[in-house]
Design a protein around this ligand. Structure first.
Ligand code: GDP
Ligand code: MG
Length: 289
């Protein structure tokens, strides 16, 4: 079994959405357009016997004028490195050197496949070979793929390449988890998004949100969620002085969840300490990572 997270990164209009549609085909399970999280913006889950791929993309626009924004580069980098594989995408008709400079600056540790898209727009074979050779010689690139996402040319080979680079492992989402995933998952992501907004620095990266209960009552939906942290001190920060922070978190998250579900919501949050949950496979599974 191959299973893992794949993050697609590239300038706006490179063809990321078109590629995802091509790769998913009829299995398209786009989860939501509305929800964006800081760490993963999950776009789709590809589920086939022996393979589960969780596709996400990276928030953050890569425009040359942002090049020097170190903080933003850090955010992009950590988002990409949270995945098992990065897909770096360029538009063959665009200035590919601009993208290259950003990819290079990231100094990624995660393996990366370089995708040259819109091959149908490049008449000259020689020009395409130049781009291919250029990227092949870059140390951050594992393999180069030339595709037309729109015409679905080269996408099958790319899919095989992706699977090839995925780690062996258990699926992250199964059975009921998978069918309930869109709602439950996005509710937990909405809560996590608020954690990223309200708390600083490292803390959000050490939290997970687990939906304990999701009950549809006649007038509202009752949701109980656990916020999992690694240390007592983190628990204290999440809760805040006299519960002030968690109250704020609950209110903000509830409003977003209500907007997302289109229904009134009663939200209860609990903070739990689980040491080293990130290193523990069982927890990872339980918490849907
Ligand atoms: P994103 O911003 O990276 O998600 O890019 P989109 O997938 O939205 O694509 C941007 C534009 O490029 C759209 O008009 C697509 O139809 C077009 N496009 C994407 N892939 C190809 C391709 O392989 N060939 C051509 N000619 N156009 C493409
Ligand atoms: Mg898009």
């Amino acid at each position: 079994m191959k299973a893992g997270f794949v993050n697609i990164f590239g300038k706006p209009n490179a063809g990321k959405s078109t590629l995802l549609n091509a790769l998913m085909g009829e299995k398209l399970a786009i989860v939501s357009h509305k929800v964006q999280t800081t760490r993963h913006r999950i776009k789709a889950i590809y589920n086939q016997p022996g393979v589960q791929i969780i596709f996400s993309d990276t928030p953050g626009i890569i425009e040359p004028r942002y090049k020097l924004h170190e903080k933003m580069m850090q955010a992009v980098k950590s988002s990409l490195e949270d995945a098992d594989l990065a897909l770096l995408m360029v538009d063959a008709t665009d200035n590919v050197d601009e993208s290259h400079q950003i990819f290079e600056t990231l100094k990624l540790k995660v393996p990366a496949l370089l995708i040259i898209n819109k091959s149908d727009m490049v008449g000259e074979e020689k020009k395409m070979m130049e781009i291919v050779d250029f990227f092949k010689s870059q140390p951050y690139v594992k393999e180069v793929f030339v595709i037309s996402a729109l015409r679905q040319k080269g996408t099958e080979a790319l899919m095989n390449g992706i699977i090839n680079f995925l780690p062996e492992g258990h699926p992250f989402f199964e059975g009921d988890d998978l069918s309930d995933l869109p709602t439950k998952f996005f509710v937990s992501e909405l809560i996590r998004e608020k954690i990223f907004e309200l708390y600083h620095e490292e803390l959000p990266y050490h939290t997970a949100v687990l939906i304990r209960e999701f009950k549809e009552k006649s007038t509202l939906i009752k949701i109980m969620a656990d916020i999992i942290v690694q240390r007592e001190t983190q628990k204290g920060i999440i809760i805040g002085e006299g519960g002030s922070m968690i109250k704020k978190l609950g209110t903000l998250a509830r409003k977003d969840i209500e907007a997302f579900l289109g229904q009134k919501v009663f939200l209860e949050l609990f903070v739990k300490v689980r040491e080293k949950w990130r290193d523990n496979e069982l927890y990872l599974k339980e918490y849907g990572y």
